[in-house]
Design a protein around this ligand. Sequence first.
Ligand SMILES: [Zn+2]
Length: 137
Amino acid sequence: MPVVQLQKRIFNEVPVEKEIFQNIVTLKHITNLVWYNNDDQVTNFTIKAMLSDADSRFGWCYLSCNFCKKKIPENLYCQKCRKELKFPQMRYNIEMKVTDESAKTTFLLFDSIAQKLIGLSCYQLLNKQENDIFSGE
Ligand SMILES: [Zn+2]
């Protein structure tokens, strides 16, 4: 697969409703791409695939810094921001096994995407789990 020169994308140029019908590719296409390491370039693809499993071996959420969103240790000190955090946030970080007819791979669902799919913030889901356990559900 050739190296792909990513197009610089202007956000909100195309509405999401139209964008999902553009750039439709297979999983194999995505897994075979070789990306330039250039942080300011973003390309969106649409794939039709099945979320087959969640891999929670390394957890599905983490305690994060409110400022930089990085994972923080239990002492609640963010090394990057050099701050002790009083109210750190729980964020999703879910590894999803994804399959289509061409390939299998793993996608990492970061907080904002996982929140949209699940319909609850990480904090809300953890609270719901806790309430369900104590109410015997
Ligand atoms: Zn931080």
